[in-house]
Design a protein around this ligand. Structure first.
Ligand code: HEM
Length: 430
């Protein structure tokens, strides 16, 4: 049955509420609650997609991921993303590697995903936390802390998180190199966000393609210099384990480079935005800072999970149905778009008591959807992300006493649409 043949839907719609697309740059919780009141599966007519925000339904979607739901960047020759050919798309998304996790499905995907999930062992993460993450956070605060005021998105979150990921990977972690890589990534993201647009902006495409070429040129020498696999950085690990990563000896340099691209793009913006959102929570809950200082690492761990539950940076996750199915009794046809509202489900009162409270002692602190809804595509960098966010919070609590928003400066707003954070963070401390 095609969408056109479907009977007049009894499915509730967002018609009088507007669209998820209208929530860019505004606080979306009112919209989320109204959608939830309408039902567990609600049609967003403007996006031509079903919004799902019930906690249990998202869990069920996670269990059927890949089998029933196609991820956004798995190539689809019937509906090629951005109208690109398969070769162009593979070059843009994965530097030309056909062995990139985001593009793979089935056992080749799952094999590589299993490697990623095991790659970040607790011992390695503790080592990186001590030798790389805390020192970088401290170094940035050596300049900033004595000033007593600053804008902590640009001056701290945007500095610390990408430099940490670069250092962990074995890439240069100096400011200029990292910020150039970030700006190329931003140009790629601007284009990727036009994926569903039948006629994407040609200028965005030109900039994104040129940015991709420059990114290849920036990363390539560093990827190749680790080829011996002898270091304790991520790139050396990929070389060392390459036959296991790809499940075959038939891999090429570009496949390794594409894993590096994946780690950089998966791990830099997300941790940057989560750092900012954690700072926002600290500054809007003043008693929390003392509570975390007293509670030490267990309390900080709880705080990181609450940051991810309430303000996980990736606020929804699109999927396409691979076959006709139903969701909570609503018929979904092959090809229909379904949007898992991951941050909205983080405040589902059917699952969380006092969902808007920051409670660092929740009984199952990690049961949120910030890293995906479960299943075989769940974020494999989550262990690293957690250690990074914990170390950064620990350093901030030590170095920036009495941290608060500057009441006389421009207030923080919950910015953007798919990847979201509180910005600017004009702050005072001391
Ligand atoms: C707070 C930080 C992070 C957040 C919130 C986050 C969130 C996510 C989400 C929502 C997904 C999609 C899951 C899905 O589609 O079901 C994902 C996938 C992924 N993430 Fe993360 N991530 C973070 C950090 C990292 C880091 C540090 C790395 C690696 C260094 C990483 C690597 C990846 C990769 C490789 C995938 C693709 C998995 C696949 O397609 O099988 N992420 N992440």
């Amino acid at each position: 049955m095609s969408s056109a043949e479907r009977e007049a839907p009894t499915v509730p719609t967002t018609a009088e509420l507007g669209s998820l697309a209208d929530t860019a740059d505004v606080e979306p919780w009112g919209f989320y609650e109204q959608v939830r009141e309408k039902g567990d599966v609600v049609l967003d007519e403007r996006l031509n997609a079903y919004l799902v925000s019930n906690y249990d339904l998202l869990r069920a979607m996670g269990r059927a991921d890949d089998a029933l739901w196609k991820a956004a960047f798995v190539p689809d020759d019937e509906n090629p993303p951005f109208g690109l050919t398969r070769v162009e798309f593979t070059w843009f998304m994965a530097f030309g590697s056909s062995q990139n996790l985001a593009l793979l499905e089935g056992e080749p995907h799952d094999h590589q995903h299993r490697w990623w999930m095991k790659a970040f062992s607790p011992r390695l993460l503790a080592h990186w936390g001590e030798t790389l993450i805390a020192p970088i956070a401290n170094e940035i605060l050596d300049d900033l802390a004595p000033r007593g005021r600053g804008e902590l998105c640009a001056e701290f979150a945007d500095e610390v998180a990408p430099r940490v990921i670069a250092a962990v990977m074995g890439l240069p972690s100096d400011r200029e190199w990292v910020s150039r890589l970030l700006s190329l990534q931003a140009s790629r993201l601007a284009y990727k966000q036009q994926q569903a647009d039948p006629s994407p902006d040609p200028e965005l495409r030109r900039v994104a393609f040129e940015g991709t070429q420059e990114m290849i040129e920036m990363l390539e020498p560093h990827v190749m210099s680790r080829r011996s696999g002898e270091g304790d950085d991520f790139i050396s690990m990929v070389w060392r384990d390459a036959p296991n990563v790809f499940g075959t000896d038939a891999y090429e340099d570009v496949d390794v480079a594409s894993v590096v691209l994946m780690a950089w793009e998966g791990g830099s913006g997300t941790t940057m935005y989560s750092t900012a959102n954690g700072l926002y929570i600290l500054m809007t809950h003043p008693q929390l800072q003392e509570r975390l200082r007293e509670g030490g690492r267990p309390a900080i761990k709880g705080f990181v999970e609450e940051t991810l539950r309430l303000y996980g940076p990736v606020v929804f996750r699109p999927r396409t149905a691979k076959a006709d199915t139903t969701l909570d009794g609503v018929p979904i046809c092959k090809g229909d778009q379904v949007i898992a509202m991951t941050v909205s489900a983080g405040t589902d009162p059917g699952h969380y008591s006092c969902p808007y409270d920051v409670d660092v002692e929740r009984p199952s602190p990690r049961d949120h959807f910030a890293f995906g809804v479960g299943g075989n595509r769940v974020c494999p960098g989550q262990g690293l992300a957690r250690v990074e966010l914990e170390e950064i919070a620990d350093v901030v609590l030590r170095r920036l006493p009495n941290l608060r928003l500057d009441p006389e400066a421009e207030p923080a707003r919950y910015r953007e649409l798919l990847m979201r954070r509180w910005e600017p963070l004009w702050s005072l401390w001391g």
